[in-house]
Design a protein around this ligand. Structure first.
Ligand code: BJW
Length: 226
């Protein structure tokens, strides 16, 4: 059975109307990532960080999966169970809403909340406040279930194991500027996988890929899948 690991980034959701981070009109041109995507920023101003993620949760809920998300769901459905694994850096739920089942959210999810005191996690309400009590321990220590800079991404052991077993590694809509995800192409290559980049433009790691195809995800992903 051929094993395919697909890494996705903000570019796959761009045509669903969700902003990327580093493009000309990206989120990091409007917000300082040190303020909204670090534990230190959250400690300084939890209200600002909650506002940032409450707005993104609202935008993601209003967005719909695009042809790229739908094509990946079709690919998973068409192949034997266990053949396709999506590792997404995205915190939206558009892969799941497109029908993908085998999805790991390495940078967390907008639809989940987490307790900074005991680590419990639960379904996020539409509007979250840092002083909301944790349902498990009662501490007023609610935070978004998001992996910020300096924090350990989720599912790392499982991801490395999947990369070691992969026959094909595909990166879609990611700039290749954030680690450890940016190193997955090298991890997969070393383990013998063929590698393919599908992105609007060459990423920072483009030279590490065996094959590349550049264009909007809604066009090139369905073409690759069919
Ligand atoms: C389209 C398109 C269309 C547009 N169609 N394409 C090694 C060296 C140096 C530093 C480090 C290192 N290792 C770790 C670090 C530190 C740090 C890091 O990487 N810093 C860099 C800035 C250098 N990393 C961390 O702190 C991570 N933790 C960690 O490393 O823990 C220790 C560890 C050690 C060893 C092993 C394992 C772990 C945590 C990183 C957390 C990232 N968090 C964020 C924000 C939270 C989530 C959120 O709010 O949404 O995650 S940052 C932000 O960047 C977000 C994204 O998931 C992530 C990646 O961005 P992405 O998806 O690539 O988006 P863009 O905007 O950059 O690119 C979009 C691309 O799409 C572009 O290329 C466009 O061309 C393309 N595009 N439209 C197709 N229509």
């Amino acid at each position: 059975m051929t094993k395919i690991v697909i890494l996705t980034g903000a570019g796959i959701s761009a045509e669903s109307g969700l902003g990327t981070f580093r493009d000309v009109d990206g989120l990091w041109t409007r917000y300082d990532l040190n303020d909204v995507a670090t534990p230190e920023g959250f400690a300084r101003d939890p209200g600002l960080v909650m506002e940032f993620y409450n707005a993104r949760r609202r935008n993601a809920a209003e967005a719909a999966p695009n042809p790229a998300h739908l094509a990946l769901a079709r690919l998973e459905a068409a192949l034997p169970p266990g053949s396709v694994r999506i590792v997404t850096q995205n915190v939206d739920d558009l892969h799941e809403r497109a029908g993908s089942r085998a999805v790991w959210h390495m940078h967390g999810q907008l639809v989940r909340a987490r307790c900074a005191a005991c680590g419990a996690d639960w379904a996020a309400p539409p509007v979250m406040r840092a002083e909301d009590p944790c349902p498990a321990c009662g501490a007023p220590a609610t935070r978004p279930d998001i992996v910020w800079f300096g924090e350990m991404p989720y599912h790392m052991e499982e991801i490395w194991e999947a990369l070691r077993a992969a026959d094909l590694f595909v990166a879609i809509g990611t700039s290749g500027s954030v680690y450890p995800a940016a190193a997955f192409v090298q991890d997969a290559s070393r383990a013998g996988a063929e590698t393919l980049e599908l992105n609007l433009e060459p990423s920072e790691t483009v030279s590490d890929f065996d094959r590349v195809r550049h264009g909007p995800a809604s066009g090139i992903v369905p073409v690759w899948v069919e």
